[in-house]
Design a protein around this ligand. Sequence first.
Ligand SMILES: [Zn+2]
Length: 163
Amino acid sequence: MMCEMCGKEVPVTRPVFIERTKLNVCPSCARFGDEYRGSAGQSQGPSAQVIEQRLERRNRRMQTKDVYAGRDSVRLIDGYGEAIRKARSAKGMDAEQFAASISEKKGIIMKVESEDLTPDDKLVKKIEKALDITLTETVQGGGSIGKGGSNAKMTLADFIKKE
Ligand SMILES: [Zn+2]
């Protein structure tokens, strides 16, 4: 018989688990592995590997559920466009001046102000900082996740990063 670990030809091999793989090895290699308990032991219940996989799947499911149900989510406030327009006017800037001040295109700012365009997380932060206003609110228990697609994605990604 041949040892599946070192390849040595030996009169007898022993089945052991080495890094979760069952190998038939020679006695000197057997000490690197965990004793293999045979098919009888295995049929009594799922192997350690299977249990581990199940636990991992369950943990992943719980984490996913958490993201949707267990946590607060951040979304844009209602009337964010109007809030931006008012704050911008209060600072005495027209859309063009404001756009230039945050290195954006005037068209983008006008679309955001008319809520034709949902600003992404980065743009929201930039506008908030420039105008000293808050454009997001926290929704408890993960109701709706943002108005716009890109904002929702950013929020979700942020949660995943924290895991
Ligand atoms: Zn060996």
